[in-house]
Each structure stands twice: as structure tokens, then as C-alpha cells.
Design a protein around this ligand. Structure first.
Ligand code: PBG
Length: 328
């Protein structure tokens, strides 16, 4: 016979702060956080649809990297806002070793070598149509031509000093191709964090404002990003990316997809990351402004949920704020 009330009172261990801390099954620390940063050629400015988040010039992004290091955040993730005149149909600026992204990587690695730099591999910040790849006459994103460009983009970023390349494009076969390209170029220790299960989501709007692609985007991304209805397919995506050489996998968006995180972690026992995306951030901020709840409590509860679901870490625009709350 198992113990039952009153022998067993689950409230007993909850009765004091020290005991709650002692019994916590999950812990959130600054080392769990990845801070996404937007870079611009301009002076830098706030992003209206992401209150509290800015685009930074090179000096600004270096300052943020220092701040991250001082807060105990291990990695920053970089996203460029490419000037309009450098965007083109094929996104060739992505392959320019002196593009904004590469200059930002070098500036950070020079000034703050002890922080990890994660870079986004996809063409959408560089294309005139806002898609993540090269399109045909009908606007369909071509898989293999795009994958070839992504390999070159990843190698260019690795040459500039990127520590983790993170393909966010959802082309088939690109993780294996990128791994081969990195090995061929001698970058054996540059990691690949694959956006393995990335959904065609309504939560990406403010990000597209931040990189300047929202107004350019023709149509949607449903022919390459996943259908939110699917989870078995997410497991197949993850299995392929791991087989192709991904060091870690990502699920994106975050909170509405915790079930996917848990299934992926249970099935593969590999490092799983989540991206709490721009729309999730903006909704939290809107909720705070509307008096729904306290910001600090919302931030810590949502980030802890990712750890409980099975994540090794979370990309979040609240990273610096959360790290400060956690008292690095
Ligand atoms: C595109 C990319 C997107 C995000 C990261 N990389 C947007 C998209 O797929 O359209 C979204 C991140 C966010 O919303 O915070 N390669």
C-alpha cells in the first residue's frame, strides 16, 4: 500500500523558501541563455514592435557582448539589418566576407574573445523578396541552389570567427552540406545548431521588422517551414539533422511548442534549444504594459518552463534582463 494522506502531504516540502529551493527539479541560470542581437550599418535605433530591443551599430553590439559576458551569458546570436541597396534576388551579400554580419563577428571576437558567437545562416536578411532562399519565377524557394549558397554563407561566417552556425532556413539536406563545407575549409570545431523543427508561425513579425524583411516578404514561408499541426514530422526533421551532423537542435517558436521540445528530448537525448521568438517577447511586453502581470515573474516563469520541458538553453530577447534577475 502506498503512503497516503495524512502520512503524505505534498505541501510539506513547499512550506518554506529553503525547502522549495532544495526540492526544485529544474534550475534556470544565466548559462542557459542565448541573447539575440540585431546589427545595423546605421547609428542604431530602438525597434518599435520589440519594445526594449534595439538595432546596434558595431560599437553597440560589442558593448552588448561585453555586458553578456559580465552577466554570465555564454553566447550571443547575431542578425543583420542589411541596407536596402545591398539586398538582391539571390541574396549574394550573404556571401560577402566583409558584410555587416562578418564585421560584427570579428569586432566581437576581437574585443570579447571569451564569449561565444552564434550566427544565423539563411538568406532572408539579404534578399529583395524576404525569403530565406533563392526563388524561381513562381516565387518557390529552390532547395538545392539555396543549400549551395548556405554552405558558402556558413563558411564565410566561420572564417570571420563564428563559433556556432545556425541554419534557420529549413532547406532539406543543408546541415550535411554545411558540415561538409566546414570540414573542407578546416573548421572542424565550428558547431552547427540546426533550426530543426521550425514552424511557419505568426510569431515572427517583429523579427522581420528588426531585420527589415517584413515589408519585402512576398507570400508566406509555408512551403519550407513546418505546419504547426505536425509533431511526428518534427521528429523526422530532428532525426535527419542529427544524422547529417548537427551538434544541437532547435525548436522554434518556443512556448506554444513545448510539447515538441519534450518529444524531441525524449526521443533523441541530444542538446535541444528553444527560440522564444520575437512575437512571444512582444506579447509578454504588451501584457506587462496592460497590467496582466509582473515582467520579472513572467520572464522567469516562461524561461524556466523551457528547462522543465527539456531544453539545454533558450534564445530570448529577455536574456540580459533574466540574467540580471538571476544575479550572475
Ligand atoms: C529567418 C529567421 C526568422 C527568425 C529567425 N530567423 C524569421 C522567419 O523565419 O521569417 C525569427 C526569430 C524571431 O521571431 O524572433 N531566417
Amino acid at each position: 500500500m502506498s503512503a497516503a494522506y495524512p502520512a503524505l502531504r505534498l505541501r510539506r516540502t513547499r512550506a518554506s523558501g529553503w525547502s522549495r529551493r532544495l526540492h526544485a527539479e529544474t534550475v534556470l541560470t544565466p548559462a542557459d541563455l542565448i541573447w539575440p542581437l540585431f546589427v545595423t550599418e546605421g547609428e542604431g535605433e530602438p525597434i518599435a514592435s520589440l519594445p526594449g530591443v534595439s538595432r546596434w551599430n558595431l560599437a553597440g553590439v560589442v558593448a552588448r557582448a561585453r555586458e553578456a559576458r559580465d552577466l554570465g551569458i555564454p553566447v550571443v546570436a547575431l542578425f543583420p539589418n542589411t541596407p536596402p541597396q545591398l539586398r538582391s534576388d539571390d541574396g549574394a551579400e550573404a556571401l560577402n566576407p566583409d558584410n555587416l554580419m562578418c564585421r560584427a563577428i570579428r569586432a566581437i571576437k576581437d574585443a570579447v574573445p571569451e564569449i561565444g558567437v552564434l550566427t544565423d545562416v539563411a538568406l532572408d536578411p539579404y534578399t529583395s523578396h524576404g525569403h530565406d532562399g533563392i526563388v524561381d519565377a513562381n516565387g518557390y524557394v529552390l532547395n538545392d541552389a539555396t543549400s549551395d549558397a548556405l554552405v558558402r554563407q556558413a563558411v564565410v561566417q566561420a572564417e570571420a570567427g563564428s563559433d556556432i552556425v545556425a541554419p534557420s532556413d529549413m532547406m532539406d539536406g543543408r546541415v550535411g552540406a554545411i558540415r561538409e563545407g566546414l570540414e573542407g575549409a578546416g573548421h572542424v570545431n565550428v558547431q552547427i545548431m540546426a533550426y530543426a523543427a521550425k514552424y511557419a508561425s505568426a510569431f515572427y513579425g517583429p523579427f522581420r521588422d528588426a531585420v527589415g524583411s517584413r515589408g519585402l516578404l512576398k507570400g508566406d514561408k509555408k512551403t519550407y517551414q513546418m505546419d504547426p499541426a505536425n509533431s511526428e514530422e518534427a521528429l523526422r526533421e530532428v532525426a535527419l539533422d542529427i544524422a547529417e551532423g548537427a551538434d544541437s537542435v532547435m525548436v522554434k517558436p518556443g512556448l506554444p511548442y513545448l510539447d515538441i521540445i519534450t518529444r524531441v528530448k525524449a526521443a533523441f537525448e541530444v542538446p535541444v534549444f528553444a527560440y522564444q521568438v520575437s512575437g512571444e517577447y512582444a506579447l509578454i511586453e504588451a501584457g506587462v504594459a496592460a497590467g496582466v502581470a509582473d515582467r520579472d515573474a513572467l520572464v522567469l516563469e516562461t524561461l524556466l518552463a523551457f528547462k522543465r520541458a527539456g531544453c539545454s538553453g533558450v534564445l530570448t530577447y529577455h536574456a540580459a534582463h533574466a540574467a540580471r534577475l538571476l544575479g550572475a
